[in-house]
Design a protein around this ligand. Structure first.
Ligand code: ADP
Ligand code: MG
Length: 470
């Protein structure tokens, strides 16, 4: 058997093990480059593919390869950009998709309303988005999408970015829109928020101009809708979004969405819409670590022409704990005060700013920081996890079966066990009197997820880092 045949067999087996969309996204244009003793070298069409195969599919790929070539022990990956645009006739069968029908008479008219371009703010770019472990995949995905957005060959369509409030979703979406426009100044790139989209529809219905609105959205080259959770319960709007989605996909037009949770967890939405939102690539962003925060602060300070002493940067990084928008508020205040008083900011003056903005929050100082990060008991972990996932601590202690609560809750149990060495019984007690077998199953579930899902692994790593445990 030659390389091509072997790889064909591997893909064939793999395609039966992984969901079709996922398989199409990650294994199309991936090739077996070399067989050397007990190792394979696998070529990937982008850095993103390489990361994903290495992190997420490594074990399933190796076990599948072993079915055909039991002697293989190691997989190596490389990037070969020429693969990205190659049609792959050899394995065409496996990737056979029912190609969406092309719409007849595609409109050639561009939008002449430039309303939307005003919505894209120049202060957000992919270049001034600071990359850390917490948002690396999301940033890479946006870059890849921006490169291919108008080529009609995007492999990530739609791209769906999710994360809590103030973690950079809007920044990423706007940055991506700006990057697409920079590369293709002629492209019709529409960025809108779910709220604005909804209002437009309501007005169009009132003025009996829905047909016009429909035409407008169907002529775009790239559509970005921010904060789709806002569509919850708005049935009429959801129908419009659904139809627009189908039309744009038929025309291979790139779409990018953001939301505060994964598509499957969106509430008050039609299933057929949430399933479509998850058809392409889903990436998440989390609260950045201390190090990433300090870099963001330095970047923003520089943009505002502020010079901050290192201890002030650290102080801000420690105390901005939930939402990065706060960071901008604090820097604006520092800027104002500096302009008025001509005095350089200190930890004291910045502390006063924080107190004014959030009178009830406890401020941490640089010296209390290391200890503050070291969890001593289950309560510390509960506080951290509730901050991190932006859910009330009472939900962690309660019994709700909602996935957006269950996952953080079970994650807290795992942390109690791994970081504090607590027994299953004492964890059960600390979490509102739960049975130790419940705790055991919960921890097991998260452990399995950590192995299978890179997002979970990153969450756990980030939390442990915050706890000073790694
Ligand atoms: P979201 O839309 O998720 O609520 P935003 O995109 O509005 O959050 O981000 C809030 C603030 O944090 C913005 O000022 C944004 O520029 C900033 N921000 C978030 N993440 C980053 C990052 N990685 N690098 C630079 N700035 C960031
Ligand atoms: Mg936003």
């Amino acid at each position: 058997m030659d390389k091509i045949e072997i790889w064909g067999q591997v893909l064939d087996l793999l395609s039966k093990k992984i969901a079709r969309m996922e398989f199409g996204t990650w294994f199309k244009n991936v090739e077996l480059k070399e067989i050397a003793g007990a190792a394979l070298l696998i070529s990937c069409p982008s850095e993103m593919h390489k990361n994903w195969l290495e992190n997420k599919y490594h074990s399933i790929l190796l076990s599948t390869v072993k079915k055909t070539m039991p002697e293989i022990e190691k997989l190596f990956f490389e990037v070969d950009l020429t693969l990205a645009h190659r049609k792959n006739p050899t394995h065409a069968e496996i990737f056979k998709e029912t190609k969406p029908r092309k719409l007849p008479n595609q409109p050639t008219v561009k939008l002449n309303e430039h309303l939307e371009s005003r919505q894209i703010q120049s202060k957000f770019s992919l270049q001034n988005f600071i990359v850390g472990e917490e948002n690396r995949f999301a940033h890479a995905a946006c870059n890849t999408v921006a490169e291919n957005a108008t080529s009609g060959i995007s492999q990530f369509n739609p791209l769906y970015v999710y994360g809590g409030v103030g973690l950079g979703k809007t920044h990423l979406l706007q940055g991506t829109a700006a990057e697409i426009l920079r590369r293709n100044p002629q492209a019709v790139v529409v960025y809108t928020t779910a709220e604005r989209f909804t209002n437009e529809i309501i007005q169009a219905i009132a003025k009996k101009k829905t047909e016009e609105l429909r035409r407008k959205y169907r002529r775009v080259d790239v559509l970005l809708i921010d904060d789709v959770q806002f569509f919850a319960g708005k049935d009429q709007t959801q129908i419009e979004v659904f139809n627009t989605f189908n039309d744009l996909r038929d025309q291979d037009k790139q779409m990018i969405f953001s939301g505060d949770c994964p598509p499957a967890q969106l509430e008050g939405m039609a299933d057929r819409l949430t399933s479509r939102l998850g058809w392409g690539l889903i990436v998440d962003i989390c609260m950045p670590s201390f190090e990433t925060k300090t870099m963001i602060i330095q970047q923003k300070a520089q943009e505002q022409g502020l010079i901050l002493p290192e201890e002030v940067v650290n102080f801000i990084a420690i105390n901005v704990r939930k939402n990065l928008r706060e960071l901008e508020n604090v820097l604006n205040q520092i800027g104002l005060i500096q302009e008025l008083s001509q005095i350089a900011p200190t930890v004291q003056t910045v502390g006063q700013i924080f107190r004014k903005l959030h009178p009830t929050d406890q401020l941490l100082s640089d010296s209390t920081h290391p200890e503050a990060r070291l969890a001593k008991n289950a309560d510390d972990i509960i506080t951290l996890v509730s901050d991190y996932f932006q859910i009330p601590a009472t939900d962690l202690l309660g019994a709700s079966r909602k996935q957006n609560v269950v996952f953080p809750r079970q994650t807290s149990w795992l942390l109690c066990k791994d970081v504090l060495n607590m027994s299953l019984e004492s964890i059960g007690e600390a979490f509102g009197g739960k049975n130790h077998t419940t705790i055991m199953h919960g921890i097991k579930k998260i452990k399995t997820l950590t192995r299978e899902d890179s997002a979970t692994a990153r969450h756990i790593h980030a939390l442990k880092k915050d706890l000073g445990a790694v």
